[in-house]
Ligand binder design. Structure first.
Ligand code: WT7
Length: 646
């Protein structure tokens, strides 16, 4: 197979923060002496009380612990704001670009300080204390960032729920972490369409009797019902609040935030990150992966509802006193040049987005890109799903004009920050490969029995040691954390990803090996989509698999059996798609629904998803071993129906 290699350019080799020799030296040191390595890296953070212990980790389920810098204390908001004020009070912290190109805000570090303090004081006035959980269900407006940072200032634990989730999903997340305060907006606005955030919150709260206060930030000004005694007009209240608020001293291992993510089974897990290690790791990786320099304008297009929006829109960049762009809109509104126009408007030098956006924009050709300058760009990044070489090469040639290296960054909600990625001045690039491990990261490939595989080989990706940004627990269910990640392969963290390593030691992530699917960079569990489907009274059983999709990477294929006597009408498939959008999220809407009288099951009643995947992919030539099926005729029936549906 021919592989393109794009070597580090002489400019980058010379001018980069970290060149090849330095990467190799630092990597070797980080593996040989992790304590020494991270002790030095952690100096970039201002500690209130310095730590004396660096690392205390055991992946043995019987004696489990992950602790970093555990006796140090710090405050995240003070690190992201206050310590920059002496030099950077007037520097832009956030360039906010609204959904409409005519709306923008420029927030300096001083203003960020004042607004975060106002928000923190508002939370305190509503009884929020250190350790309390606060749910944030917001559009991409600066107040979402202020709210998150305000939580960290007073030691509250935020749980941001993506604004695209349904009232049911929001309710489940509020209940799971026991928030008594919810922060939302009247409405969101994306691509010219409004999102009924307050109305969704009201619906969710019919299931959440413990919520005492809802802080409502005005975004569109739409008239929304306000429940007396519960709902608070945020701006009205905050106007009376002082713009100073003392940051609370937090232990390095105190919880920082919870972020729900989908697993292969059950309801979404509350991934818990803690304070010290997370901040050290995101700040450090933001600098080294993006070769961040003080003059850069940095833009990560992720929503704050996802981990990328936490680590690389907010915490990493702000800890580094960067100027970060926050964008409320979508790539194709009001036109398909929007990304590139925003880059020109703010002179963005580092741009970080998802493969799905690149694939979608590719379809509109080169003209909408070439009509813009993009002269400010020097580095590009991708995240969230594997990027196909064709999209990579287009991004490189058309968007970056072959001048900008691309960092394909592999990581997960659980990992807190980037683990496998090129460094732009150190790593020759191969389109489609996340390339090499970052400092302190020990990737290994194992077979299904846990044997370590050497050399150029494919296997399951595990990590043999800890890093400071690693998640510490599943909120409220520590055993689930241990069982999910540390029991499959003894002494290792199991990522859930399959991966190939080539002759040069480069890693190529091939996608999930469990029942997690990735639709347009959004992570979903097949079980969640199935349970949304069976909530519908017409549905008896559902099995969901992913199939390859040109733009979204993966799309959702749902096999549905109906309850006895339930006819398949012309409108039923659309009705069920809408049902899933409303009960789970529009991002979880099945692309294909296939009605079938039965699902292929083993004699013990287990659905054979392998077969369903093959049929969804249209690859029925070799279905593998079907001898364990209870009723093999189900398969030929399914293949027939799939042909009619496609
Ligand atoms: C899963 C994690 C990382 C923040 C956004 C997604 C896939 C992520 C890459 C990449 C190939 C990738 C993996 C991973 N993934 N980045 N560069 N190349 N696959 O976080 O929602 O927790 O999803 O996304 O399958 O396990 P997430």
């Amino acid at each position: 197979m021919h592989e393109t290699v794009i070597p580090v350019s002489p400019d980058w080799a010379e001018g980069a923060l970290i060149n090849r020799a330095r990467y190799e030296e630092m990597y070797a040191q980080s593996i040989a002496d992790p304590e020494g390595f991270w002790r030095d890296v952690a100096k970039r953070i201002d500690w209130i009380k310095p730590f004396t212990k660096v690392k205390d980790v055991s992946y043995d389920p019987a004696d489990f612990r992950i602790r970093w810098f555990e006796d140090g204390t710090l405050n995240v908001s003070a690190n992201c704001i206050d310590r920059h004020l002496a030099k950077h009070a007037d520097k832009t912290a956030i360039f906010w670009e609204g959904d409409s190109p005519t709306e923008m805000r420029n927030i300096t570090y001083q203003q960020l300080h004042d607004e975060v303090c106002r928000f923190a004081n508002t939370l305190l006035a509503h009884g929020v204390k250190k350790g309390d959980r606060v749910t944030i269900y917001m559009p991409m407006i600066p107040e979402a960032a202020f709210a998150m940072l305000a939580c960290t200032r007073i030691g509250a634990v935020h749980s941001v729920v993506f604004g695209g989730f349904s009232p049911d999903s929001l309710a489940g997340r509020i209940q799971d972490c026991g928030s008594t305060v919810v922060i939302t907006a009247d409405q969101g606005i994306r691509g010219g369409k409004t999102v009924p955030l307050k109305a969704n919150t009201d619906l969710a709260l019919t299931q959440c009797p413990d919520v005492k206060h809802v802080l409502v930030v005005k975004r569109t000004g739409a008239k929304v019902p306000m429940m007396a005694g519960r709902d608070v007009d945020y701006f009205e209240f905050a106007a009376t609040m002082p713009t100073t608020c003392k940051p609370v001293e937090m232990g390095a291992e105190d919880p920082l935030f919870i972020l729900y993510t989908s697993g292969s089974t059950g309801k979404p897990k509350g991934v818990l990150h803690t304070t010290g290690g997370y901040l050290v790791y995101t700040a450090f990786t933001h600098e080294v992966v993006f070769d961040y320099r003080p003059g850069d304008v940095y833009w990560c297009t992720a929503d704050v509802g996802w981990v990328t929006g936490h680590s690389y829109l907010l915490y990493g960049p702000l800890a580094n006193a960067a100027t970060t762009v926050m964008f409320e809109g979508i790539p194709n509104y009001p036109n398909v040049s929007r990304f590139w126009e925003v880059i020109d408007k703010y002179k963005v030098s580092i741009f970080y987005t998802a493969p799905t956006a690149i694939r979608a924009l590719m379809r509109d050709g080169e003209e909408p890109v070439k009509s813009t300058s993009r002269a400010s760009l020097r580095l590009l990044g991708t995240v969230g799903e594997p990027i196909n070489p064709e999209a990579w090469l287009w991004y490189h040639r058309v968007v970056g004009e072959e001048r900008c290296p691309i960092v394909d960054t592999w990581w997960q909600t659980e990992t807190g920050g980037i683990l496998i990625s090129p460094l732009p001045g150190a790593t020759d690039l191969k389109p489609g490969s996340a390339t090499k491990p970052l400092f302190g990261i020990k990737p290994e490939l194992v077979d299904s029995n846990g044997n370590i595989l050497e050399g150029a080989v494919s296997g399951n990706l595990v990590l043999a040691d800890s890093w400071p940004g690693q998640m510490r627990s599943v909120y409220g269910d520590h055993q689930r954390f241990i069982n999910t990640y540390f029991r499959t392969y003894k002494g290792k963290y199991f990522t859930g990803d399959g991966c190939r390593r080539d002759e040069d030691g480069y890693y190529w992530i091939t996608g999930r090996v469990d029942d997690v699917i990735n639709v347009a960079g959004h992570r979903l569990g097949t079980a969640e989509v199935e349970s949304a489907l069976v909530e519908n009274t017409k549905v008896a059983e559902a099995a969901v698999v992913a199939y390859p999709h040109e733009v979204k990477g993966q799309a959702i294929y749902a096999y549905v059996t109906l309850k006895a006597g339930q006819p398949v009408t012309d409108t039923l498939a659309d009705e069920l798609k809408k049902f899933v959008a409303e009960h789970l999220s529009p991002i979880a809407k099945p692309d294909v629904i296939l009605f079938t009288p039965a699902l292929p099951k083993t004699r013990s009643g287990k659905i054979m998803r392998r077969i369903l995947r093959k049929i969804a992919e249209g690859d029925t030539s070799n279905l593998g071993d079907t001898s364990t099926l209870a009723d093999p005729s189900v398969v030929s029936e399914l293949i027939e129906r799939a042909k009619q549906t496609s």
